[in-house]
Design a protein around this ligand. Structure first.
Ligand code: PXP
Length: 252
């Protein structure tokens, strides 16, 4: 029987840092906003240390780890210098994503099948440090099977294809693929998360997939916060998720 698990919200603070980097100053500070998200009920904080350091900086990661009492999920590529920082800071979780310098944001899932031999020693290194590993992938059986084989605990499905679909038909196809993969991957013992392009309007269909245990959301929360404030924007998202699912209790 499919189990309706409770669901958690990871708030991504990258775009607080995007704004700061426009003037290369100190404000707005992503750590201060991560703490606001924590107060508003977020279950974890997500930050992507990109190779080009366009938003989050090395020091932000160190400060986030120190300041937060909820888990830090460090999104990252497998670039050697970023891996070294992760191993030094020891966030509770890393989410490995593909990265292209020219892209505006992460455009697709990681090709775990193709990169299996490169990823294997890295996953081992993270596990040795007690860091949970998640892989950001498309809703594809070969990809989640490869993730399982790597020994990673978690997969995060890229919801961009669903969120940005130009027709209802494509959106439904994307949703179906995610429903199918979520059920199968969860039955295989993986923790299933999802994210990218989700907002209070499109989150219902994804949040109603019973096997999805976590949604990682950034851009729409930051955008919404311009009208209602950050605390209210996080709460609005939790409320939207709650329309279809029981929200997990705070992990602290
Ligand atoms: N999860 C992952 C792995 C991502 O790469 C991103 C974008 O940085 C997100 C979640 C959040 O996406 P958005 O900012 O569109 O909500």
């Amino acid at each position: 029987m499919r189990q309706n698990k409770s669901i958690r919200l990871g708030v991504n603070v990258d775009h607080i840092a995007t704004l700061r980097q426009q003037r290369l100053g100190k404000f707005p500070d992503p750590v201060a906003f991560a703490l606001k998200a924590q107060d508003a009920g977020a279950h974890s904080i997500v930050a992507h240390l990109r190779e080009d350091r366009r938003h989050i900086q090395d020091d932000d990661i160190k400060r986030l780890k120190k300041a937060l009492s909820i888990p830090l999920n460090l999104e990252m590529s497998i670039a050697a210098d970023v891996v070294a920082i992760a191993l030094k800071v020891v966030p509770q979780q890393v989410t490995l994503v593909p990265e292209r310098r020219q892209e505006l944001t992460t455009e697709g899932g990681l090709d775990v099948v193709k990169q299996f031999t490169k990823l294997q020693p890295l996953v081992e290194q993270f596990h040795k440090k007690g860091i949970d590993v998640s892989l950001f992938i498309d809703a594809d059986e070969a990809q989640w099977q490869a993730t399982k084989k790597l020994g990673a605990s978690t997969i995060e499905f890229h919801t961009g294809g669903y969120a940005d679909a130009l027709s209802k038909r494509t959106q439904q196809q994307q949703l179906k693929a995610m429903q199918k993969s979520s059920t199968a991957a969860s039955q295989a013992g993986l923790i299933v998360a999802a994210g990218h392009g989700l907002d209070v309007h499109n989150v219902d269909a994804i949040a109603s997939i019973p096997e999805i245990e976590e949604l990682n959301i950034g851009y729409s929360i930051v955008m919404q916060s311009l009208s209602v404030g950050f605390n209210a924007a996080v709460k609005d998202m939790l409320r939207a998720m709650k329309r279809t699912r029981r929200i997990a209790r705070q992990s602290v």
